[in-house]
Write a protein that binds this ligand. Sequence first.
Ligand SMILES: NC(=O)c1ccc[n+]([C@@H]2O[C@H](COP(=O)([O-])OP(=O)(O)OC[C@H]3O[C@@H](n4cnc5c(N)ncnc54)[C@H](O)[C@@H]3O)[C@@H](O)[C@H]2O)c1
Length: 355
Amino acid sequence: MRTHAADAPAPRHALVTGGAGFIGSHLVDLLLAEGWRVTAVDNFDPFYHPSVKWENIAAHVKHPAYTLTPVDLRDETGLEGQLDDEYDVVVHLAAKAGVRPSIADPLVYQDVNVRGTQNLLEFCRRRAIGHFVFASSSSVYGVNPNVPWSEEDHGLMPISPYASTKVSGELLGHVYSQLFGIRFTALRFFTAYGPRQRPDLAIHKFARLMMARRPIPMFGDGSMRRDYTYVGDVVKGVRAAMDYTASQYEVINLGNNNTVSLHELVAALEEVLGVEAIVERHAEQPGDVPQTWANTDKAMRLLGFRPNTPLRDGLRRFAVWASETWFGEGISAPRSAAPIFRYEEPRRPVTPSGI
Ligand SMILES: NC(=O)c1ccc[n+]([C@@H]2O[C@H](COP(=O)([O-])OP(=O)(O)OC[C@H]3O[C@@H](n4cnc5c(N)ncnc54)[C@H](O)[C@@H]3O)[C@@H](O)[C@H]2O)c1
């Protein structure tokens, strides 16, 4: 049983789906530090190695205000049976992520990201939970050429099954906000990066290969652009959305408003890691959009969102994390004298899949 001082307000309780993942585990760090109770739902999906996710939550599971519920969102009975508390807000980050794999396995993406989201909305409806924050994606804009992308531009042109599931999630949220009064805030994330980044994403994948002195695959001519957003900035935006009450339904970009080409990204990684990249060129991949670029005016206006982590600073923090976690995987020191990688004994034998 948990107790608190009689005159102190009860801590707020957040239900965070995908709480063992990259963005989710950072959000849980922040919430626990702020004194929230947190229930994390995660099925440890094998999209990348579950041991990485257990490492993400190693500190959480020791925290008295934290509960882990390893249930699959598609399991309606499991959700109902295993989540038996009261929750002030649901932050729905769990999903099958990744554009390219969604082309290979579209029905699973539909099942988890659409049916799973609706299961959770139904759960909120039954429990009268009034606030739902949803992880959407910049990929919903697809090949819309009008950058920087604004939420007011309704020209959504998704080009992958993954992106279409995020459009569906936003629309489901509109239905539930209208019919059942659930406040629904969809946050369109733009390529989050930083410590614990998913191994399938370019920064993680490139850094790992570069440190192993292996070639990095570059799809297209290097002109593809992404609005990389540091995960610490992203979770501040998510946290602000959890307090947002001024309207019942919003869609908000959480990007960095600074688009970076693949060439520029590789140059920044070379500088931070002190390793020259060996680039292996490949044809463009179906599903990959040529550019992402967020207009963040609305996020600033509604959430006070001000991302302020320059790319190289964020990459350095990623590199420090990598130096602590990748040891023992045959990855050697960078050539530069920059003391980014610390040489210590490996703490765990993790081999994430994805590259
Ligand atoms: N990382 C990005 O750059 C980015 C960009 C746009 C949108 N998003 C969205 O943000 C959210 C978080 O992304 P992330 O990068 O942290 O991904 P992640 O894969 O690290 O985290 C997602 C978590 O959801 C869990 N999960 C998957 N299927 C589940 C199911 N059926 N039931 C319960 N849990 C399940 C996974 O085990 C994982 O821990 C996702 O919804 C993703 O689509 C991420």
